[in-house]
Design a protein. Structure first.
Length: 496
């Protein structure tokens, strides 16, 4: 290819698309390369038996007018042709913990009232908890769309979520309730920092919404905007290696043998996979080793259901179940006892759904359980794999049946996704739900900067700081801000 671009972005996940949008908007010539036929990373959705299912984005937080994600989405024009359905104010999440059912209401005032109804006499616990939540948010100014210079609280950033919550109350049920959104960040008692818990929990409590229809509307909108501003988006182009001029990258070669040249490169793929594109001797060995050795979050197992018409009312909330009196499921995950948790969700087809013929059941699963088939593709996996996943699906459905009687008799069709499916869709090595795991025990070595050890190679996406729509969006601001000015960019977003 003779044309030379200002930027080539590898991967079309949310962070890559937003980076491409920002840079195109500011006059740069941008090319995006995506290995899959569909754009979007975890924004991807697929259609089966008349249902649209999301691969990763099941609901969004802080989308109310004036809130963080609302401002960001407004800047990217993601309200123009896309509808969002507000979830139930009194319980956007219904959580059953060892037989006791709790509601998670929207808005901190509602949440406080509900908390004190469940746990009377614990005003001091709530006030201390709320103080720490806000302190953690203030310690990362970018999460309030403020410039981050000189703003940190290392003591809190290096604290573990489980230990902080344990210090607030000796009562396990109180702590479980406060940590009940754990599946949204698959927290581990021994590793998850308190700031991850704080940012994710506050993000959803402030407001929670679902995308009406396909989640990949977001990807299509962003890609369309990039092209309207003069950029190019090409799918079915998997990057296989970089080419160099002196100490910088000059071009990227794809699996088809095509070569694309640029001044700068942004990788929206996992840092470990990015290292595979770099030949030996072109990047510091220690840096490469650190990126390759990063531990990832646990993967998932999902059953996508088509149900008989009229069986299930549309649920404007998520439903979760923890079999044990402990919401930190990844910390006690046991293949022999699987499943001990599930997340049940009905995707909205329209803004006024009364019933739902489509549903998804998700839970955690370790990649090791499918590792014996990792060298196969979805087209050539052996019969043993299909038998195994059908058995797993039946076990999961049996558990859900206890909470939604009649479910099994009303299933018309189903599709099953395993850690291998997620690996193949997203492109990481182990089907990780949320990329690298944040570990408060190793804050420095666990840190991933948007800058790499190659001067014109940059990173963006969920592995930089925090996963989810907000965390990934902010990673795109950090990376793009390197070229357009972060202060200027934040002003544009706050004034959008």
């Amino acid at each position: 290819m003779n044309e030379k671009y200002d930027f080539i972005i590898l991967g079309s996940g949310l962070g890559g698309l937003q980076s491409g949008y920002i840079l195109s908007k500011h006059g740069f010539n941008v090319l995006m390369l995506e290995k899959n036929s569909k754009l979007g990373g975890t924004l991807q959705s697929f259609r089966r038996f008349g249902c649209n299912f999301s691969t990763g984005m099941h609901y969004l937080g802080s989308l109310e007018e004036g809130q963080m994600l609302n401002k960001i989405f407004r800047y990217f024009h993601l309200f123009d042709e896309i509808s969002y359905k507000r979830m139930d104010d009194d319980g956007f999440e219904i959580i059953n913990i060892a037989g006791k059912t709790y509601k998670y209401p929207m808005g901190w005032e509602r949440f406080k009232k509900q908390f004190l109804e469940y746990f009377p006499g614990n005003e001091d616990v709530f006030e201390r908890y709320y103080y720490l939540i806000n302190r953690a948010i203030d310690a990362q100014a970018l999460y309030s769309l403020n410039h981050p210079e000189g703003n940190s609280d290392l003591g809190l950033l290096m604290s573990g979520a489980y230990e902080v919550l344990k210090s607030l109350s000796p009562d396990i049920e109180t702590r479980n309730y406060l940590a009940a959104l754990n599946f949204d960040y698959v927290g581990e008692k021994e590793k998850t920092p308190f700031y991850v818990h704080a940012l994710v929990t506050s993000y959803f409590i402030k407001s929670s919404y679902r995308v009406v229809g396909e989640s990949d509307q977001l990807a299509k909108s962003l890609a369309g905007s990039i092209e309207k501003m003069g950029g190019k988006v090409i799918n079915r182009q998997k990057a296989v290696k970089f080419q160099y001029h002196d100490d910088k990258i000059a071009a990227v070669e794809t699996h088809t043998g095509d070569v694309y040249r640029a001044d700068n490169f942004i990788s929206n793929i996992h840092p470990a996979n990015t290292m595979d594109l770099i030949e030996e001797g072109k990047i510091k060995r220690l840096y490469r080793k650190r990126m390759k050795k990063m531990e990832n979050t646990i993967s998932s197992f999902t059953v996508h259901l088509r149900l008989k018409d009229g069986f299930l009312k549309y649920l404007n909330h998520n439903y979760q179940y923890f079999k044990q009196n402990d919401v930190w499921y990844p910390s006690y995950y046991d293949e022999k006892k699987w499943p001990e948790h599930f997340f049940f969700h009905t995707p909205p087809i329209t803004e006024n759904d009364d019933s739902s013929s489509c549903a998804q059941i998700m839970t955690a699963m370790k990649y090791e359980e499918v590792k014996r088939w990792e060298n196969s593709t979805k087209r050539d996996r052996d019969p043993e794999y299909h038998i195994w996943k059908e058995e797993k699906a039946r076990k999961l459905i049996d558990l859900v049946e206890e909470h939604f009687p009649g479910l099994q008799d009303n299933i018309e069709d189903m599709n099953i996704s395993t850690p291998l499916s997620f690996r193949d869709y997203i492109g990481n090595s182990d089907g990780s739900m949320y990329g690298r795991i944040s570990d408060f025990n190793n804050v420095v070595s666990n840190y991933v900067s948007h800058k790499t050890k190659i001067p014109n190679l940059f990173l963006t996406g969920q592995n930089l700081n925090l996963h989810g729509a907000l965390g990934v969006s902010l990673s795109a601001l950090i990376t793009s801000g390197e070229f357009v000015g972060l202060k200027k960019l934040l002003e544009e977003i706050n004034n959008a």
